[in-house]
Design a protein around this ligand. Structure first.
Ligand code: 6GU
Length: 242
């Protein structure tokens, strides 16, 4: 799996990329992450990458030239141009179903926005998929790009220790419910004890208890997951494919 990240703030990434799971995957060659500084692609002498919006208004807009030329150059590297994603609060909200489709692409080019956004012609020319990571506003797309990388790499089969340990994750299609509570030793701490059923060794009983817990938690916190609408991101892509 290869990621190319296009950003004005390349220094935000090394800390994240150095964390153990990802670092091991990179060292073993299962994941490649290339960080590209858009500023290197400006053609004016002040290395300006943004300018005031036509028509007025607050903030600055990212210029079309450096972004488009940076992405085009990246796409010429490697053996496939990759799927281009623009991280923006205007995008469709990311969910696990879409993450599962993204891992199939094998190469993603992630554009991180800043300021008031990109010149519209970046979108017209590159036709990226626009993705948001939720209904709140970040200062830029960098953290969102890390979220995408984080969610996608753990689905690369070689990355997680146990090949199937993400199967039971909440939100995967086989299990849309939230996970039940987990306990480990000691059996008692400050008077709080582990539920008796987990100590019985009766696997059927335990599985039933977990399903019930999982259902109750989901009903209380995320009733929307019990009856999910078909209109979310991912469902649309699935339809377009078939
Ligand atoms: Cl992808 N970018 C920014 N700037 N804000 C966001 C976001 C992305 N997703 C949610 N909020």
């Amino acid at each position: 799996m290869r990621f190319d990240v296009v950003t004005l703030f390349p220094d935000m990434f090394p800390g994240y990329l150095g964390q153990s799971l990802l670092n091991k995957a990179i060292e073993r060659g299962f994941v490649q992450v290339h960080i590209h500084d858009v500023r290197k692609w400006t053609r004016n002498k002040h290395q300006k990458v943004d300018d005031r919006p036509y028509g007025g208004g607050p903030g600055m807009v990212l210029c079309v030239q450096p972004v488009v030329e940076c992405v085009e150059s990246i796409q010429q590297q490697g053996d496939s141009p990759g799927h281009v994603i623009l991280l923006t609060p205007q995008g469709r909200p990311l969910n696990q179903q879409r993450v599962e489709q993204l891992v199939e692409r094998r190469r993603l080019v992630l554009l991180c926005g800043r300021y008031e956004g990109f010149d519209q012609r970046v979108i017209d020319l590159l036709q990226p998929e626009e993705i948001s990571i939720g209904d709140y506003v970040l200062n830029g797309g960098e953290v969102a790009a890390m979220v995408v990388i984080d969610a996608v790499i753990r689905l690369v089969p070689e990355v997680l220790g146990q090949a199937d340990s993400h199967r039971d994750d909440s939100f995967s299609p086989g299990n849309r419910w939230l996970e039940s509570a987990q306990y480990t030793r000691p059996r008692e701490y400050r008077g709080l004890t582990v539920p008796q059923v987990l100590l019985t060794g009766n696997h059927e009983e335990i599985a039933r208890w977990r399903r019930e817990q999982s259902y109750e938690k989901t009903k209380q916190r995320r009733a929307d997951l019990l009856d999910p609408p078909d209109s979310q991101i991912g469902a649309q892509e699935e339809k377009e494919r078939s």
